[in-house]
Design a protein around this ligand. Structure first.
Ligand code: DGT
Ligand code: CA
Ligand code: CA
Ligand code: ZN
Length: 597
């Protein structure tokens, strides 16, 4: 692990543990913020002096001293001390939706709950009801969230698995004799969570490729090993999405490697990309045409013959590329993201789904004014680097105290700064003054209408009260959608993958309201969110609803999450026209202003 990554880890842990000891929220926040600042800094921080460190946004004197301490001693005394007092299992309890630091602290101090297992016991025995303000309904919610959290534990978020897969593929491409390496499986299809990683390789010397893969230092365990396929497990740090090789076995991920002949690469790639349901349907279609399809190719069928066609030396009619196979079957080749047996095999023309290069603007981003680590100029610089014509500055609103949300005064002061920046950058990019305004529990917004009217763009998002029932949540979201000043509903359900389910509104009603009021629904590209999720995008697209794909940037690296938002859009069959981030500056600006007249 790099020095910066290790530091970020320690600061994040500090923040969590401090929260559990009931420390001052400002102190907690300072560590969380330092963790982000450190993680996203490109300099090696152990090489900087205290005076250089405090120059960095998000790093004060105290944090700088901690950084020097770790650089010099490899230890962080305060953290070690905290770890001695707080049971390690409590962090996982805190991750459960609906359980804040105050409650978790009570559970710990009053009932001796130190991990998920003891929490589960206290629920079962009813002992948990002894706590003040702990009613039956609250306990039911906790129980549901707890079971959700444990069920989703064995699948990893796409944004954790995909970078690992990319690196493995890169590594295999460096191995001598390897002529091709590709990702298959659910990662290639862009599913929001991943069971295991599937990689295909073409190699002149299969034994050597197999050895390079299995015998690498990062491999935690070899599960199965053969000449042309093997399975291993790698350790993963799920909190940061980083790949750890330091034996932290809390989370690990399986990787299946298969070594393929280049002549049958297409059929293998098709087979191992899946989905299973898609493969099953394809085989049925092949059978009707008197053909047999498997991972070695598409073969003429001989129902009387024993054994597989490849073992009998039958020559395939197609196997080298995926396209050849679909063509021979008389089908349009569907992009991997929609291979789910959901109508993709009935397509008459290849759909032109949205692509990363179509995105021309970023409409949801944070600066140091709220909980981001980028200054206004840095944020604008990142957007310019990506070639965007527009960047919207949408810091949090006043209710989001945890995220340092802006009071009306601070919002107005920021707008003054943005107006100046608009002029400074006018020949390079359009800057929009906006807000990510909280949708409060009843669907009202966190700023008054006259404040919102001053802004170029309003993204309205739910952050609190995320365990509301369906009817209440639906009404709440629709109220925000109907609001004449709102352009985009940010992360509409507020789910966090594997951590909390978020709202479950009647999505068809929400979508219908969005269409009626010309409000866009966001696909938040952060891999923890991917919210809207794929099936909701599909429903929205069918209804003709406008979609925004944004990165909700808090740090420069967050712009890289766009690929996940795009894949989620593609899984929902999203084409360019409905996505407002693909529009020209003129078209976008006109639409934004239409909500200001
Ligand atoms: P995951 O790993 O659970 O996120 O999802 P996948 O789709 O990556 O599933 P995985 O890794 O079990 O298998 C990779 C692909 O291999 C899968 O998408 C389709 C194909 N495959 C695996 N097992 C079967 C099977 O029993 N029948 C068929 N038709 N295809 C299979
Ligand atoms: Ca897989
Ligand atoms: Ca697999
Ligand atoms: Zn945001």
């Amino acid at each position: 692990m790099s020095f910066n990554a290790d530091l970020a880890d320690r600061f994040n842990t500090m923040a969590t543990l401090l929260e559990l000891t009931g420390a001052n929220p400002f102190r907690v926040n300072a560590y969380a913020r330092a963790a982000r600042a450190v993680e996203n800094n490109s300099q090696e921080l152990n090489k900087l002096s205290t005076s250089e460190l405090v120059e960095i946004e998000g790093i004060g004197k105290g944090i700088a001293a901690h950084i020097r301490e770790v650089a010099e001693t490899g230890e962080l005394e305060e953290l070690t001390e905290l770890q001695r007092t707080v049971p390690p299992g409590l962090a996982e309890v805190l991750d459960i939706q609906g359980l804040g630091p105050k409650t978790v602290r009570l559970l710990w101090k009053e009932l001796g709950i130190t991990d998920r297992a003891s929490l589960s016991q206290a629920i079962e025995s009813g002992e948990i009801l002894k706590l003040p303000r702990m009613g039956k309904k609250t306990v039911e919610n906790i129980e549901r969230a707890l079971s959700f959290a444990s069920k989703s534990k064995d699948r990893l978020p796409l944004g954790v698995a995909a970078p690992i897969a990319d690196r493995l593929v890169e590594r295999m491409r460096q191995v001598k004799g390897v002529t091709r390496a590709e990702v298959a499986g659910s990662i290639r299809r862009g599913r929001d969570t991943i069971g295991d990683i599937d990689i295909l390789v073409v190699a002149n010397d299969p034994a050597k490729a197999e050895a390079a893969f299995c015998e690498h230092d990062d491999v935690l365990e070899i599960v199965a090993r053969g000449k042309t396929k093997c399975s291993v497990r790698l350790a993963v740090d799920i909190d940061t999405g980083r790949w750890t090789s330091d034996g932290d076995q809390r989370h690990s991920i399986g990787v299946d490697l298969r070594i393929i002949e280049s002549s049958s690469f297409g059929s293998a790639w098709l087979y191992f990309t899946g989905s299973k349901a898609h493969n099953v349907r394809l085989r049925e279609i092949a059978q009707k045409k008197n053909l047999t399809l498997n991972e070695y190719g598409l073969f003429p069928d001989d129902p009387k013959a024993k054994g597989s066609p490849q073992s009998r030396g039958v020559k395939p009619v197609a196997s080298r590329t995926e396209k050849q196979i679909y063509t021979k079957l008389g089908l349009v080749m569907p992009p991997p993201e929609i291979r789910e047996d959901a109508g993709e095999l009935d397509l008459k023309n290849e759909p032109r789904l949205i692509e990363i290069s179509d995105i021309k603007s970023e409409l949801h981003a944070h600066t140091t004014a709220s909980d981001g680590v980028m200054s206004l100029d840095e944020l604008v610089g990142c957007a310019i680097d990506r070639g965007f014509h527009t960047i919207a500055v949408t810091d949090h609103s006043r209710s989001s105290a945890q995220a340092n949300g802006l009071s009306v005064e601070r919002l107005r002061a920021q707008r003054g700064e943005i107006e100046q920046a608009k002029e400074r950058f006018s020949d390079r990019i359009q800057i929009l003054a906006g807000s990510e305004v909280d949708i409060l529990a009843d669907g009202s917004l966190d700023y008054d209408d006259e404040v919102l009217a001053e802004l170029d763009i309003v993204v309205a998002s739910p952050h609190i009260a995320l365990s509301q029932d369906t009817a209440t949540a639906t009404k709440r979201l629709i109220r925000a959608i109907e609001h004449p000043m709102v352009h985009i509903i940010g992360h509409p359900t507020g789910r966090l993958i594997g951590r909390r389910p978020g709202l479950s509104p009647a999505m068809d009603e929400v979508i219908a309201a969005a269409v009626e009021h010309n409000t866009a629904l966001e696909i938040n590209s952060h891999w923890m969110r991917l919210d809207l999720r794929d099936v909701h995008v599909r429903a929205a697209v069918e209804a003709g609803c406008l979609i925004a794909i944004d990165c909700d940037d808090h740090a420069p690296g967050d712009f890289d999450n766009l690929r996940y938002g795009i894949q989620t859009g593609r899984r929902g069959w999203l084409t360019r026209d409905l996505c407002i981030n693909t529009w020209s500056k003129t078209k976008l600006t006109k639409w934004l202003r239409s909500k200001r007249s």
